[in-house]
Design a protein around this ligand. Structure first.
Ligand code: NAD
Ligand code: DAU
Length: 349
C-alpha cells in the first residue's frame, strides 16, 4: 500500500483531490495534512472521513522539524502539495502570512523529503501552483509553460518563489519534482471570499456585489473537478522535472461573469429577471490588479490526454445548485470573523 501525503486537503481544491484519491485508490493510504486556517474546513470531507484509507493530521507546514518527524513516521511515497494562503486580497493586506505559509512551508516539505527519503526512486513531490506567476496579459496571447515569470502581487510572488525552490531542489539534489500552474477554479466548497461564491452568497442574501474597478479584468475559469482530474493525471503520469499548464480556455470579464451569475440566480431563486443585477456595485480597484490571465493547456492535452469536461454555464449552474443546497455550510463558514473582515474591506474602498 502506498502512502500519499496531500497538504491543504481541507481547503477548496485540496478537498476535491482528497475525496477523489480516497475513493478512487483504495490501495493508497491518503494522509491529509492541514492546519485548518479560516479556509480549511473538515466538513468539506464528511463524505470520506471514516474511510479506512484516510487519515487527517492537523499540522502547520511552517514547522520544519514537525514535517521531518511526519515524513519519518508515515514514510510517504508521494506528496501532492496544495497547502497555501490563496487569496490575493489578503496577500495585499497581510503579505507576511503568505511568505511563511507559501515559501517557508514549501521549503520545509522539500527539506523533509530531501532528508528523510533515503531513495528517490518511485517517489514524486508534486507542487500545485498558479497561472498568476506568469504576471498579467494584455488583450491577446496566452501563458505557456516557458513564459517568463513576472509575479505582481505578494500572493503570486510567494507562489513564484515556491515554484523556483521546487525546481532548485530538482536541479541541486535530484529530488523528483513536478509542477502544475492552473487558472481560476470554481465549484463546490470554495470559501466565499473568491469572486464566484462571494457573489452567490451576496445575491442570496441581498447584499451588494462588489466589482473591482470597471469589471473589465479577465480570468480563465476551470471547474474544480477538472483540476482534480488533471492533478490525478500529472501525479501518476506527469514527467519528473516538467511543468504542466492547466486552464479552461474559458475567458470571461468579471462583469460578464457576474451578469451571467445574476441571471442564473434570478431563475433559481424565482426572482424577476434583473433583480440580482441591481446589487452590482463598482468599488475601488484591487491594488496592482492583473488585467488578464489565459492559459494554453496544449501540453497536458497532448501529452496526458486531459481536457476540461464541462461548459462554463453548465459548471456554474452546478455550482449555484450546490451552494443553494448547502446553506448550512455557507452559514458556518461565514460566521465568526467573516463579516468583520468583509465590512472592513468595503469601508476601505
Ligand atoms: P484554500 O485557501 O481554499 O485552501 C488552502 C488550504 O491550505 C486550507 O485548508 C488551509 O487550512 C491550508 N493551509 C494554509 N496554510 C497552511 C499551513 N501553514 N499549514 C498547513 N495547512 C495550511 O486554497 P485553494 O483555492 O484550494 O488552493 C489550493 C492550492 O492551489 C494553493 O496552493 C493555490 O495556490 C493553488 N491554486 C489555486 C487556484 C484557485 O483558483 N483557487 C488556482 C490555481 C492554483
Ligand atoms: O488564477 C489562479 C488564481 O485565481 C489562484 O491562484 C488564486 O488562489 C485564486 O484566488 C484566484 O485569484 P484571483 O484573484 O483571480 O481570484 P478572485 O476570485 O479573488 O478574483 C477574481 C477576479 O474578480 C479578479 O479579477 C478580482 C475580481 N473580484 C474579486 C472579488 C473577491 C471582484 O471584482 N470583486 C470581488 O469581490
Amino acid at each position: 500500500m502506498k502512502t500519499i501525503l496531500i497538504t491543504g486537503g481541507a481547503g477548496f481544491i485540496g478537498s476535491h483531490v482528497v475525496r477523489r484519491f480516497v475513493k478512487k485508490y483504495p490501495d493508497y493510504k491518503i494522509v491529509n495534512l492541514d492546519n485548518l486556517t479560516y479556509a480549511g474546513n473538515l466538513t468539506n470531507l464528511l463524505e470520506i472521513e471514516n474511510e479506512p484509507n484516510y487519515e487527517f493530521v492537523k499540522a502547520d507546514i511552517t514547522d520544519g522539524e514537525l514535517m521531518k518527524k511526519l515524513f519519518k513516521k508515515y514514510r510517504f511515497d508521494g506528496v501532492i502539495h496544495l497547502a497555501a494562503e490563496s487569496h490575493v486580497d489578503r496577500s495585499i493586506s497581510s503579505p507576511m502570512e503568505f511568505i511563511f505559509a507559501n515559501i517557508v512551508g514549501t521549503v520545509n516539505l522539500l527539506n523533509a523529503a530531501r532528508v528523510i527519503w533515503e531513495d528517490y526512486s518511485g517517489k514524486k513531490f508534486y507542487h500545485i501552483s498558479t497561472d498568476e506567476v506568469y504576471g498579467s496579459l494584455g488583450t491577446t496571447g496566452f501563458f505557456y509553460e516557458n513564459t517568463a515569470y513576472d509575479p505582481r502581487s505578494p500572493y503570486s510572488a510567494s507562489k513564484a518563489s515556491s515554484d523556483h525552490l521546487v525546481r532548485a531542489y530538482y536541479h541541486t539534489y535530484g529530488l523528483p519534482t513536478v509542477i502544475s500552474n492552473c487558472s481560476n477554479n470554481y465549484g463546490a466548497f470554495q470559501f466565499p471570499e473568491k469572486l464566484i461564491p462571494l457573489a452567490i452568497h451576496n445575491i442570496k442574501n441581498n447584499i451588494l456585489i462588489p466589482v473591482y474597478g470597471k469589471g473589465a479584468n479577465i480570468r480563465d475559469w476551470l471547474y474544480v473537478e477538472d483540476h482534480a482530474n488533471a492533478i490525478d493525471l500529472i501525479f501518476h503520469e506527469g514527467k519528473v522535472a516538467e511543468t504542466y499548464n492547466i486552464g479552461g480556455h474559458n475567458e470571461w470579464t468579471n462583469i460578464d461573469l457576474i451578469r451571467l451569475l445574476c441571471k442564473i440566480m434570478d431563475r433559481k431563486l424565482k426572482r424577476s429577471p434583473g433583480t440580482s443585477e441591481n446589487l452590482i456595485t463598482y468599488v475601488k480597484d484591487r491594488a496592482g490588479h492583473d488585467l488578464r490571465y489565459a492559459i494554453d493547456s496544449t501540453k497536458i492535452q497532448n501529452e496526458l490526454g486531459w481536457k476540461p469536461s464541462l461548459q462554463f454555464d453548465e459548471g456554474l449552474e452546478k455550482t449555484v445548485d450546490w451552494y443553494l443546497a448547502n446553506e448550512e455550510w455557507m452559514k458556518n463558514v461565514t460566521s465568526g470573523d467573516y463579516q468583520k473582515y468583509y465590512d472592513k474591506q468595503y469601508t476601505k474602498r
